[in-house]
Design a protein around this ligand. Structure first.
Ligand code: COA
Length: 320
């Protein structure tokens, strides 16, 4: 029994920071960032938190789907930048939107978090455990950056996106997921180290560290294969796909995937120019932007694909 996306929403922090502005903070140039990544600006949280952005995205999705929060019976938030270790972001969202009938939890699959959330929601529906799920990807990555490290801090942004998913006859046609923990050290952020009466440890909190080339090679090799697997599983040819909505990490990665799939770039909408890489928020924010700009008609087939730390990846073929 498939599940259908019935509404989307997103939220970006009020404050946009251009590449030019970044030049004041870190040894970089607008030209380098545009040429290597395509990014022109990103939004950074000031008043916003991961929870507040997830709530705004959720409320927008609820309005779009025209349902009541009480109809939601499952809330999954993909995030690596929760405001609190516990309670989960999902439980805070549940409380703030009044989705009192939902079971709520967070997942960590980094930039594939939204795709992993969709998979879990669909599995719950197949098992008869949920009817209406709210799947959110949201991040405040700016708090996890080393603002002296130009190789990472220029790439990421803050924001959240949400999709409401309902058990229906048509909708998500196929989903594939994968993980390769052996290569996980390519993109890391250490949590608090052991610190107790037995082990004294006053190490400062870690920041995001990345072997950019390793991640780049992983992405351009793994993502096209994952998309091909998802299309094969769905019995859908690439020519039938209207849009490929990929994780917005780097324009060069998206161009390489388009080339490998033999599809024109016009089928790959992007917003990384304005948003940077929002990790788990990236795919649902783009989906919402595409949905709200009226680019999707009922019955269109689209691909969603996320990839990142773990290393993890996921791809889905969805009938709109
Ligand atoms: N501004 C200016 N120069 C920079 C810079 C910046 N922000 N970041 C790095 N550089 C410099 C490096 O120091 C290096 O200088 P050197 O040649 O004097 O040593 C030079 O640019 C090239 O660095 P390199 O890391 O080899 O660049 P690259 O072409 O591999 O591009 C990335 C770097 C990060 C853009 C690219 O590897 C990438 O996009 N990787 C994938 C990352 C990703 O998508 N991560 C998220 C996945 S979820």
């Amino acid at each position: 029994m498939p599940a259908r996306i019935i509404g989307t929403g997103s939220y970006l922090p009020q404050r946009a920071v251009s590449n030019k502005e970044l030049e004041k903070w870190v040894d970089t140039t607008d030209e380098w960032i545009r040429e290597r990544t395509g990014i022109e600006q990103r939004h950074l949280a000031e008043q916003e938190t991961t929870t507040s952005m997830a709530v705004e995205a959720a409320l927008a999705a609820i309005r779009d789907a025209q349902i009541e929060a009480k109809e939601i019976d499952l809330i999954i938030v993909g995030t690596v930048s929760a405001d609190m270790c516990f309670p989960s972001t999902a439980c805070q969202v549940q409380s703030l939107i009044g989705a009192d009938c939902a079971v709520a939890f967070d997942i960590n699959a980094a930039c594939a978090g939204f795709l992993f959330g969709l998979s879990i929601a669909q599995a719950y529906m197949q098992a008869g455990m949920a009817q209406t799920a709210l799947v959110i990807g949201g991040e405040t990555l700016s708090k996890m950056m080393d603002w002296q490290d130009r190789s990472t801090c220029v790439l990421f942004g803050d924001g959240a996106g949400a999709a409401l998913v309902r058990k229906q006859e048509r909708g998500i046609i196929s989903l594939v997921q994968g993980s390769e923990g052996k290569r996980g050290m390519a993109l890391t952020c250490q949590n608090r180290p052991v610190n107790n009466p037995l082990v004294k440890n006053d190490t400062a909190l870690d920041h995001t560290r990345m072997d950019g080339r390793e991640v780049y090679h992983f992405a351009v090799k793994t993502v096209p294969k994952a998309i091909e697997n998802a299309m094969e599983k769905a019995g859908v040819a690439s020519g039938e796909i209207k849009y490929f909505l990929l994780h917005q990490a780097n324009l060069r990665i998206i161009e390489s995937v388009a080339k490998k799939l033999g599809q024109p770039m016009e089928k790959f909408p992007t917003n990384l120019q304005k948003c940077g890489n929002i990790s788990a928020g990236s795919v649902p924010v783009l989906l919402d932007h595409v949905n709200r700009s009226g680019m999707l008609q009922r019955g269109d087939k689209i691909v969603l694909a996320g990839f990142g730390a773990g290393l993890t990846w996921g791809a889905a073929v969805v009938e709109w």
